[in-house]
Design a protein around this ligand. Structure first.
Ligand code: NAD
Ligand code: DAU
Length: 337
């Protein structure tokens, strides 16, 4: 059995990845190491929690003792999804972002070095490049221009990973993916927030003019890309991952698609105060990963509609969140335009 540590596996992408990996890698045994912050949710994994190839350990990646303990299981690969991931929260307060995104990454890298593991995989984001003009695409070799404390913390983590690769010869790979959508995404993020608001008869808060561009990728396509990079990616290198959806979608178009799928009309759109420092457009050049043989398989329009239906069909998953602490957070957000 290959022993794999997935950190942050109780969050959105990590939990989707664990489902995917248990399905496609019968020779993997997975330890999910997660602090269970507000975003960590074991309900995302309840259908697999008795699988003998899956183990859950609650712990903080910035806690060297807890990390050392889980590494005793003979871990060969670390895939680090753990992060504070919401831009708006990083604007309100950034310390946790830095603790997990920098000190946490450093703690994992030290463990990787000490145990001479086969691979350290850092899950990064297209946001480290900052926004780019229409017609431009960020390449893996571009300078980093993060705009928010979230993306600055991610950029710092990336640099640390590359430094350990060079100085300590830790075998690493990094990937920088665009916006994911899929099941189990915490309903503070645009897509699940808008869907769950509409189902509850609430309006959807579109920041500013709603003309910002994101390149939406189904989480299953992201999971397949991660596997391919583990298998074929050059160690010490970075791979962009993105849907390259053409024509590009502005947020208002995605909003209208959600409204359409839920048979709601445009009177449910509320333009609210823009996010401070809001990046206008992300777009990545995916030539490098396409050489490995990856391309997205999920059709963007139908994929988004399917995911809208998933939230509609699974109120038992999101209602405990929207009625709990999240309600206080949401009500304290800047809202009026
Ligand atoms: P998420 O917020 O849904 O999940 C993060 C998980 O990490 C949670 O389970 C949380 O409990 C855990 N965690 C946080 N701090 C921790 C710590 N100190 N120790 C251990 N666990 C901790 O995030 P997500 O959207 O699933 O994103 C996962 C990763 O993918 C992040 O690194 C993010 O930067 C990156 N990413 C996300 C997207 C996206 O669209 N969501 C796109 C590209 C990259
Ligand atoms: O690009 C990858 C990144 O995508 C990841 O690194 C982040 O972890 C992830 O959160 C996501 O960041 P965004 O800021 O793009 O995602 P979010 O869902 O918060 O917002 C998507 C777009 O929708 C963005 O332009 C802001 C806008 N928005 C968001 C919210 C929450 C709104 O208009 N209204 C909202 O209420």
């Amino acid at each position: 059995m290959k022993k794999v540590l997935v950190t942050g596996g109780a969050g959105f992408i990590g939990s989707n990845y664990i489902h995917h990996a248990l399905r496609v890698h019968p020779d993997w045994e997975i330890w999910n190491f997660d602090k269970l912050t507000y975003a960590g949710n074991l309900a995302n994994l309840k259908d697999i929690d008795t699988d003998p190839r899956y183990h859950f350990v609650q712990g903080d990646i910035a806690d060297a003792t807890a990390v050392a303990e889980v590494m005793k299981n003979g871990i060969e690969i670390i895939i680090n999804f753990a992060a504070e991931s919401h831009v708006d929260r990083s604007i309100k307060g950034s310390q946790e972002f830095l603790v997990t995104g920098v000190l946490g990454v450093q703690t994992l890298l030290d463990a990787a070095k000490e145990h001479s593991i086969k691979l350290f995989y850092q899950i990064s984001t297209d946001e480290v490049y900052g926004d780019v003009e229409v017609g431009q695409y960020s390449k893996e070799t571009d300078m980093l221009h993060p705009s928010s404390p979230y993306s600055a913390a991610k950029a710092a983590g990336d640099l640390l990973v590359l430094a350990y690769a060079r100085t300590h010869k830790v075998p690493v790979v990094l990937s920088r993916c665009t916006n994911n959508y899929g099941p189990y995404q915490y309903p503070e993020k645009m897509l699940p927030l808008f869907v769950t608001n509409l189902i509850q008869g609430k309006k959807v808060p579109v920041y500013g003019d709603g003309q910002q561009i994101r390149d939406w990728l189904h989480v299953d396509d992201h999971c397949r890309a991660i596997d391919l990079i583990i298998e074929k990616g050059n160690r010490g290198e970075i791979y962009n991952i993105g849907a390259n959806h053409q024509p590009e979608w502005v947020n208002l178009q995605v909003t209208k698609l959600i409204l359409d799928e839920l048979k709601a009309d445009e009177s449910m759109i509320e333009h609210v105060t823009d996010r401070p420092g809001h990046d206008r457009r992300y777009a990545v050049d995916t030539a490098k990963i396409s050489v490995l043989g990856w391309k997205p398989l999920v059709a963007p329009d139908e994929g988004l509609r399917q995911v809208v239906r998933w939230y509609k069909d699974h109120p038992e998953w999101w209602q405990p969140i929207t009625s709990g602490d999240f309600k206080k957070y949401y009500e304290s957000q800047y809202r009026s335009a």
